[in-house]
Design a binder for this molecule. Sequence first.
Ligand SMILES: [Zn+2]
Length: 208
Amino acid sequence: MASDFHTHSAPPAGVAALVSTGLDRLGSFPLESLEFHPWRLPSHPVELTREFAAALARAAALGEVGLDRLRGPAFPVQQQMLDRLLRLAAEQEKPVVFHCVRATAELLAAVKPYPHMRKLFHGFRGSPELCEELRKHGFYLSLGAAALERAPLVEHLRRTGFDRIGFETDDRPEPVGQLIERAAGVFGCPAEQLAAVTDANFREFLQR
Ligand SMILES: [Zn+2]
């Protein structure tokens, strides 16, 4: 089974995918994460509605949520909204999918009160050092096509292995099975093995 840690569209047959969706489409996919994307936050902090909390109870995860230094409302507004979202996810014991652009330190500070939270850093393509720092803090990391072009990261994972690593299609058309096959070529390991390891990580992240 190939697993897609983060996508915005319905997966093809034979793929287990965590589909990130808003309230409007919730209930349309087998495995869903309820998003409140930092780009689409209001310009001032708002309370989360009861409707949102009830919807999260029906979803497998929260996300994508997060922090983006380059887009969205003022950064302190993003931080305040993230704090509210994380409190709700913790109450409901939901795993969380993070979008994070140039705000790793602030993200680590935001999750610090929740040591048992299952956390996914989606679209990871950073340095080997950041990869290790995030894994040390308990994050799962999902890689898209762009990560395969980062030679230091590829070399690092080849050496250290795929603990807490997965693959994602996000908003790209390339099916995750094909991405994993390409990744296997880049990492120099059998595609079946890479699919099996990342699928096990996917189940561990979602606890199913
Ligand atoms: Zn996404």
